[in-house]
Write a protein that binds this ligand. Structure first.
Ligand SMILES: C[S@@+](CC[C@H](N)C(=O)[O-])C[C@H]1O[C@@H](n2cnc3c(N)ncnc32)[C@H](O)[C@@H]1O
Length: 248
């Protein structure tokens, strides 16, 4: 396992019962599905030789991995998905989920810190880098390095897509946070999950802290500076946004 200096905020019990998050995000599955639908699995326009290559950062339970693997199968192209997570227990869970739901798949799991993995990969080695609900956990400096490396490892014309928490600014940010916390109360209190609710509320507040927050406009500006083009985060719902950016 490759490790480095990331701030791993995704703690024990939150990780163990991560699947409960879908209760607090009514459109969790649809949101990830939209991200997957935005990927052209044919690798069209690629001058890179070999099979289509997709990197997923932050496997988690494997919810998005399953959708990516199914989409790759539907596309009927030769391709490989590499899915990395810093937590080997999450990799094990995801592997089980995938084996159960996608019989014949081409997913290669790896326990690794995202930045350490990216730094070791050659330039232009992926057609797509996809990630969901992971980068918002990173502190800003680490995330910037990860984005720089994502740009480097993508081939020209390659897609970087992220279904994640992108915050609006000012009052709207706090209104969205209040709404989001309210959804966690509704989902978790009625199921008696008070300790987990406490942890998620603290986590959600910390997501909006200066150290972690991913602002929409700031992200778009930075990605353009890195050399991405056609950068868009759209459409936003509360604190969720779907990012698409192409390596210029
Ligand atoms: C909130 S989960 C998201 C999982 C999944 N992508 C989803 O949408 O359901 C974030 C995952 O990122 C992983 N993670 C956190 N920091 C990481 C890092 N520096 N490198 C790689 N994975 C990391 C965590 O272990 C966790 O499984």
């Amino acid at each position: 396992m490759k490790t480095k200096r990331s701030d791993h905020r995704y703690t024990e019990d939150i990780a163990r019962e991560y699947e409960l998050i879908t209760l607090a995000y009514p459109d969790f599955e649809a949101f990830q599905e939209r991200m997957v639908e935005g990927i052209d699995f044919s690798g069209a326009g690629s001058e890179r030789e070999g099979p289509f290559r997709l990197l997923e950062i932050g496997t988690g339970d494997g919810f998005a991995t399953v959708k990516l693997a199914r989409a790759l199968n539907r596309a009927q192209v030769s391709g490989v998905i590499t899915s990395i997570d810093i937590d080997s227990r999450m990799i094990e869970k995801a592997q089980e989920l995938l084996d159960e739901h996608v019989g014949n798949h081409h997913v290669h799991f790896l326990a690794s810190d995202a930045l350490a993995y990216l730094q070791d990969e050659p330039e232009g080695s992926f057609d797509v880098v996809a990630t969901s609900f992971t980068l918002h956990n990173f502190d800003n400096a680490y995330r910037r390095e990860v984005e720089t490396q994502i740009h480097r490892v993508l081939r020209t014309g390659g897609l970087y897509t992220n279904a994640d928490k992108y915050a609006p600014e000012g009052q709207e940010q706090f209104d969205a946070l209040a709404h989001h916390v309210d959804e966690f109360f509704t989902a978790f209190l009625s199921r008696g999950k008070t300790e987990l609710l406490r942890k998620w509320v603290i986590h959600n507040i910390s997501d909006q802290s200066p150290r972690h927050v991913m602002f929409v406009e700031e992200t778009i500006t930075r990605l353009k500076e890195l050399g991405f083009r056609k950068v868009a985060i759209d459409p936003r719902q509360n604190l969720q946004g779907l990012l698409r950016a192409f390596k210029g």
